[in-house]
Design a protein around this ligand. Structure first.
Ligand SMILES: *[C@@H]1O[C@H](CO)[C@@H](O)[C@H](O)[C@H]1NC(C)=O
Ligand SMILES: *[C@@H]1O[C@H](CO)[C@@H](O)[C@H](O)[C@H]1NC(C)=O
Ligand SMILES: *[C@@H]1O[C@H](CO)[C@@H](O)[C@H](O)[C@H]1NC(C)=O
Ligand SMILES: *[C@@H]1O[C@H](CO)[C@@H](O)[C@H](O)[C@H]1NC(C)=O
Ligand SMILES: *[C@@H]1O[C@H](CO)[C@@H](O)[C@H](O)[C@H]1NC(C)=O
Ligand SMILES: *[C@@H]1O[C@H](CO)[C@@H](O)[C@H](O)[C@H]1NC(C)=O
Length: 231
């Protein structure tokens, strides 16, 4: 309904109030600085040094709605980022700790790029996260202990990075985890006993690390859903 038709329809004083609030809303909206998810996405962009395919070209000020940026998916009701997928984009850089501010994130995939540096511990703030795919990058350091706070995790794929240290002790508390891929890193230590409490596991790949010991032989009994394993 346009303004003219609206003015015929509404009493004049109501129409004036309505138009004033429309103008006010437009004005404040234009002047407001980015906040929340918008700011976090800009911080993530700022740590990416090379973007050969220009996948982040749309992450700019002329596209004010960050939900339309390439690789970003928002929930329809709350306008928050629920999925961020920048896989196979040739990106070179590090991962900003601000990713932990995308508190509605459920799927986060950066696979097949050249991310280096550590996986920021702030990832543990993403308690809604169901899928984390950082495979085929050059992440270093430990798997952050805070990752155990992502209690809804179903898929964890960290294959083919340069990760060191141990598999988190409390891994068994991931009751919904069904795919665990940690191959081709430099993980050490043993497979934690609590691992056998991940009763939803369907696929596990732990090969090409420096892990000691083997998976239990009666794994199939303890992990009834397990279809394949390599350790
Ligand atoms: C992320 O959240 C923290 C804590 O709420 C805040 O201090 C920081 O400014 C936020 N960062 C960005 C880039 O939004
Ligand atoms: C901003 O994003 C739009 C949409 O993808 C694109 O057409 C435009 O070239 C971008 N502007 C800049 C300055 O990169
Ligand atoms: C990895 O990304 C590159 C582009 O950067 C693409 O050409 C290649 O097919 C991707 N590989 C896989 C296995 O997806
Ligand atoms: C996350 O995990 C760390 C260590 O594992 C813990 O200290 C912290 O309280 C947890 N909670 C949040 C919200 O980060
Ligand atoms: C693992 O560690 C060994 C020796 O410390 C090193 O030579 C090798 O390059 C490392 N591999 C990876 C994938 O980081
Ligand atoms: C596995 O789960 C059982 C039942 O919830 C619990 O009693 C046991 O302590 C857990 N084991 C480990 C190693 O976490």
């Amino acid at each position: 309904m346009n303004a003219k038709r609206l003015s015929r329809f509404l009493p004049p004083f109501l129409f004036a109030i309505l138009m004033q609030s429309v103008a006010f809303f437009t004005l404040t909206n234009a002047a407001v600085a980015p906040t929340g998810d918008h700011l976090a996405l800009l911080a993530i962009k700022s740590m990416i040094k090379v973007d050969p395919q220009g996948v982040m070209t749309s992450w700019n000020h002329s596209v004010t709605n960050f939900c339309q940026w390439q690789g970003v998916t928002c929930g329809s009701r709350h306008h928050r980022v629920i999925m961020l997928d920048l896989s196979s984009s040739g990106l070179i850089g590090t991962l900003s700790p601000s990713v932990g501010n995308l508190s509605y994130l459920r799927v986060f995939v950066l696979s097949n790029n050249s991310f280096s540096g550590e996986i920021p511990p702030e990832i543990g703030r993403l308690f809604r996260l169901q899928e984390l795919g950082l495979h085929y990058n050059s992440f270093t350091g430990n798997i952050p202990a805070t990752i155990m706070n992502c209690s809804n995790l179903q898929v964890l794929d960290l294959d083919h990075n340069n990760l060191v240290g141990k598999i988190p002790d409390r891994i068994g508390s991931w009751s919904m985890l069904n795919n665990l891929f940690l191959s081709l890193n430099n993980l050490t230590g043993t497979i934690p006993p609590s691992f056998y409490n991940c009763s939803s596991l369907e696929q596990v790949f732990l090969d090409h690390n420096q892990l000691k010991g083997r998976l239990h032989e009666n794994l199939g009994l303890k992990l009834p859903r397990l279809q394949s394993k390599i350790a």
